[in-house]
Design a protein around this ligand. Structure first.
Ligand code: NAI
Ligand code: MG
Length: 494
């Protein structure tokens, strides 16, 4: 059965493909193993925090408590850094690179073996659809370990005529949008380059990092080579400030990135920061429209827009603006918002109450700025933190919803006439992490890629990741690259 609704925006009918629903297809939780309480992973074992403090971690789709997580204070961080330091000097630095590679391979294989459990826990703790954690997060995390395992004993070939040397202890702080994948992005290159690690996951999504700690313990990796400490911003700050941390790697908000840069100014610590973004998906009038619409949807609604490289702005050439927006609205109507554990779900839960509040504030800001709001007509679950896929039409460059990172399923739409105008608008924001171009013309793509101030530019696709390809930003999106050969550099002295 199909029904046809009038779109208020342009008077053309929106086609909805029926009132019917898919039957529920929930992934089972039976096979996962979770403890009621998690300590800190220091020197190869789980220990009680010296702070004696724990906090509850919840499922953002149900608001139910899943487990208790330890809070590491300065003393705990000190123990972790000292364990990493000792492991670096006594074991890891001295070990033949070929042997180090074997451990990294083993971790990769064990992630594959436990893929199903990791995917379910990722979805329970983070709110992202099981389809994404199963098909994207977990396989990519394993691939990062495989990829960097391959480099571990080939650093001299990676950087010929140089003498690549490890740095020591890497302090790594990661966010909640890709919890296991970000842990892999950080840990794998650090180990391959011969460093040891103290990693802190985000407070709302510690569980897969703690499962990774279990895998690491089982892999037989020498004790202290990887330590995982949980807690809030204060725990992160203690890692950054610890005198025996030689390198800091951070992914998260631009605000905290700035605090970190200040904290390490004047020290010999090396730092890489991967911060926010406000990427433009740029659709020219010669673009394959249906693919572009799919790419736009993937770029902003994928992972609830909790993606630093999310295509959170749409720049569409005037000649095709009406058709692109109409098709986009139609596609938005078909997106399934709800239980992240259901295999049919497209948009899961917002990661936390705070983040949902932030997104809602931006929706109010957009309305007050005079932009035209469009949301899909779906109904949201009563419990948990959910947000409808949202468009802001008729926005201008100065609008806050165009300039600022919202980190939610909210797309700001602008039109343009010429290539120059598209470049001007795409670049005229504080960030420069990524961009997307949709056109039939290769020459247009090459012209754009040289002029867009963005670390990654996708052409006729969006949000494609591969461990061999470097990723990172310009301007307030941070500096340093992760992935590929470039991703080894921040962990080496040449
Ligand atoms: P955040 O930057 O506060 O958190 C990221 C990580 O840094 C967490 O592990 C946190 O515990 C830690 N942290 C917090 N304060 C710290 C400090 N002073 N020193 C060291 N570590 C510290 O990000 P938050 O508050 O969760 O999200 C706020 C906004 O940041 C989001 O709305 C989004 O716009 C942006 N964001 C960007 C991400 C990206 O991938 N670029 C990821 C997460 C958030
Ligand atoms: Mg914060």
């Amino acid at each position: 059965m199909s029904k046809v609704k009038k779109s208020e925006a342009e008077g053309t009918p929106l086609k909805f493909f029926g009132d019917w629903k898919y039957a529920p297809a929930p992934e089972s939780k039976e096979h996962i193993r979770l403890k009621k309480q998690y300590g800190l992973f220091i020197n190869g074992e789980f220990v009680q925090p010296k702070s004696k403090k724990y906090f509850d971690t919840i499922n953002p789709a149900t608001e139910e408590k899943i487990a208790e997580i330890a809070i590491a204070d300065e003393k705990d961080v000190d123990l972790a850094v000292n364990a990493a330091s000792k492991a670096y000097n006594n074991v890891w630095k001295k070990m033949h690179a070929k042997e180090r590679a074997k451990y990294i391979y083993r971790i990769a294989r064990m992630i594959q073996e436990r893929a199903r459990e990791l995917a379910v826990i990722e979805t329970m703790n983070g709110g992202k659809p099981i389809r994404e954690s199963r098909d994207i997060d977990v396989p990519l995390a394993a691939n990062h370990f495989f990829y960097y395992a391959g480099w571990a004993d080939k650093l001299n070939y990676a950087f010929p005529n140089r003498t690549p040397q490890s740095l020591g202890v890497a302090g790594q702080i990661i966010p909640w949008n890709f919890p296991l994948l970000m842990a892999a992005w950080k840990i794998a290159p650090a180990l391959a380059a011969g460093n040891t690690v103290v990693l802190k996951p985000a407070e709302t999504t510690s569980l897969t990092a703690l499962k990774l700690a279990e895998i690491i313990a089982e892999s037989g990796l020498p004790e202290g080579v990887v330590n995982i400490v949980t807690g809030f911003g204060k725990t992160g700050a203690a890692i950054v400030q610890h005198p025996n941390v030689n390198k800091v790697a951070f992914t998260g908000s631009t605000d905290v990135g700035k605090i970190i840069q200040k904290a390490i100014a004047g020290t010999s610590k090396r730092v890489t920061l991967e911060l926010g973004g406000k990427a433009a998906n740029i659709v020219f009038d010669d673009a394959p429209i249906d693919q572009a619409v799919e790419g736009i949807v993937n770029g902003i609604f994928f992972n609830q827009g909790h993606v630093c490289c999310a295509g959170s702005r749409l720049l569409v050439q005037e000649g095709v603006a009406d058709i692109v927006i109409r098709k986009l609205k139609e596609r938005m109507e078909t997106l399934i918002v709800g239980d992240p554990m259901d295999k049919n779900t497209d948009i899961g839960a917002i990661n936390s109450k705070e983040q949902l509040k932030k997104i809602q504030q931006y929706i109010t800001i957009g309305i007050n700025e005079g932009a035209e709001l469009y949301q899909s007509s779906c109904t949201l679950p009563n419990k948990g933190f959910f947000c409808k896929p949202t468009l802001f039409l008729n926005t201008s460059q100065s609008h806050r919803v165009v300039q600022e990172e919202i980190f939610g399923p909210v797309l700001a739409v602008q039109t343009f006439r010429t290539v120059e105008e598209a470049i001007e608008k795409a670049n005229n924001i504080p960030y420069g992490l990524s961009a997307g171009i949709w056109t039939d013309k290769g020459s247009k793509i090459f012209n754009m890629t040289t002029k867009l101030r963005a670390g990654v530019v996708w052409a006729n696709t969006y949000n494609k990741f591969d461990p061999t390809s470097p990723f990172g930003g310009y301007k307030e999106s941070g500096f340093g690259r992760e992935g590929g050969l470039h991703g080894l550099l921040p962990y080496l002295q040449l």
